[in-house]
Design a protein around this ligand. Structure first.
Ligand code: ATP
Ligand code: MG
Length: 452
């Protein structure tokens, strides 16, 4: 975007001295401080910038620390042995301290080629490469939101605000820098970033920044699926998944990332909505407790509605159940991966979680133990519990398996062989065993059950 258009939205520089803000070096990682000091001592400008400054001002604990400087990536490489240069579209230096990586970016310009080997390419209004070095003022203007364009200066511990970011932190609002339509055309993923940051920070999105979502949302169809995968993990697995999901749906952007999910919800699939909401609530709680979360489970939750409906529709039409499930899974996964590039290792686990669902209905002794020993049993069982809104029978099935796992193995084995098949209450009467399903699965000629 040209500088003039941005300047209209740009107040002048405001410097907030150390005693007037809350950022303390205590809360900045040692690695980031080392990078800042080394650059400073070598005579370069060195600032902490972006999400870290924003989060520190809000009293949070940033996970990653980004540094901005007037040193070029090559200059940075000369200063740090533990440095590697990365990126083509956006060249950067990574300084590595054990598990921690400090991203060091050279100030980006806003204009044409600087004649010093930098380059910036714009195709149909989209930035496809951005390697023109510039001043700190220009660097501030090319950032997305005002709250993301604050610079913490290591030379005097002040915060520099070129675009009114401090005011937005105080008012808890996200304004884009410059004209929203131009900025979203340059990079449509900024729309998702608006939603994600609003959810994460509990900020509102300024009306002018939200207004173009409907018109420009379809630009997300051309966004890189790999980038959308990264963005979807940040949206849903960073501890504010439920809020992100709700805001994504309300903003109309969900359908461009997860079309099948959006269709199911639009059809009024309340069981899926309950599954997703509960799944994300649990995920948020796990993140808050520092426990691990898996992308495979998340995607299994988001896409289940359409897989289930397609499979059932084909079964009703007479397609053999295992084929119907297989086709439904293939259909949904292939459509989804064109939008969001879910790596194969996650789609495999996701498909296993789905494939085990019909097997929970088979509560004969041998099958029960075989299923419990399956490497995906735990994930599939958690998934079954989330499905309780689908029907009372599935709710009971979940409870049956919950109790079955709580029994000592011998007790369970005895209970299961004590009476024929599924009619054994393994809790000694506390919980009714699920009734065998009325709709019998057709048997394959080899006698195996026909479900997925
Ligand atoms: P978080 O780390 O919480 O996800 P963040 O704002 O730090 O949020 P990053 O992706 O780490 O997000 O980006 C760091 C900074 O780089 C941002 O604060 C912003 O200044 C700038 N930035 C990132 N993505 C864009 C973009 N698409 N357009 C313009 N500036 C961006
Ligand atoms: Mg960040």
């Amino acid at each position: 975007m040209n500088l003039k258009a941005r300047n209209e939205a740009t107040p002048s520089l405001r410097i907030i001295p150390r005693e007037q803000h809350v950022i303390s070096r205590k809360n900045i990682s040692k690695a980031a401080l080392r990078v800042l000091y080394r650059l400073h001592e070598a005579g370069y400008d060195a600032f902490l910038v972006g999400g870290a400054v924003r989060d520190l001002l809000l009293g949070g604990h940033p996970k990653d620390f980004d540094v901005a400087t007037n040193a070029t990536p090559e200059d940075v490489k000369k200063l740090f042995r533990n440095c590697r240069l990365i990126g083509r579209r956006f060249r950067l230096a990574h300084v590595v301290y054990g598990p921690e990586i400090i991203e060091v970016a050279t100030f980006r310009g806003t204009g044409e080629d600087d004649g010093e080997g930098g380059d910036r390419h714009i195709v149909d209004g989209r930035i496809v490469r951005d390697n023109v070095w510039g001043s700190i003022e220009e660097d501030a203007l090319r950032r997305d939101f005002r709250v993301n364009a604050l610079y913490y200066d290591i030379s005097d511990f002040s915060v520099r605000d070129y675009v009114g970011g401090m005011q937005d932190v105080e008012n808890r609002v996200l304004h884009l820098i410059g004209d929203p339509v131009t900025r979203y055309r340059e990079d449509p993923v900024r729309m998702l970033r608006a939603v994600r940051l609003a959810a994460k920070l509990n900020f509102r999105i300024d009306a002018a920044a939200a207004a173009p979502f409907e018109e420009l949302g379809p630009l997300l169809l051309d966004a890189s699926p790999a980038r959308l995968f990264d963005e979807s993990l940040k949206l849903f697995l960073s501890g504010h998944g439920l809020k992100s999901f709700r805001m994504l749906e309300q903003s109309g952007l969900l359908k461009f990332m997860f079309p099948a999910t959006a269709r199911s919800l639009k059809r009024g699939d309340e069981a899926l909505r309950a599954l997703i909401e509960e799944g994300l609530r649990n995920t948020d709680a796990r993140v808050a407790e520092g426990k691990s979360v898996t992308p495979a489970f998340l995607f299994a939750v988001l896409l289940w509605g359409e897989v289930r409906d397609l499979a059932h529709a084909w079964i009703v039409k007479g397609v053999e159940p295992s084929q119907a499930w297989g086709r439904a899974v293939a259909h949904v996964v292939s459509e989804q991966c064109q939008r969001v590039a879910i790596p194969r290792r996650f789609t495999i686990t996701m498909e296993e979680i789905w494939a085990l669902q019909p097997r929970f209905e088979q509560v004969q002794r041998k099958r029960v133990f075989r299923l419990m020993a399956h490497p995906r049993f735990r994930a599939a069982f958690d998934f079954l519990l989330l499905r309780k809104a689908e029907s009372a029978a599935i709710g009971e099935l979940g409870q049956w398996w919950l109790h079955a796992q709580q029994l000592p193995q011998e007790t369970l084995a005895a209970a299961l062989s004590g009476a024929p098949g599924a009619d054994v209450p393994p809790t000694g009467g506390g919980s009714p065993a699920p009734k065998p399903r009325k709709r019998r699965r057709r048997r394959k000629p080899d006698g195996k059950s026909g479900a997925a």
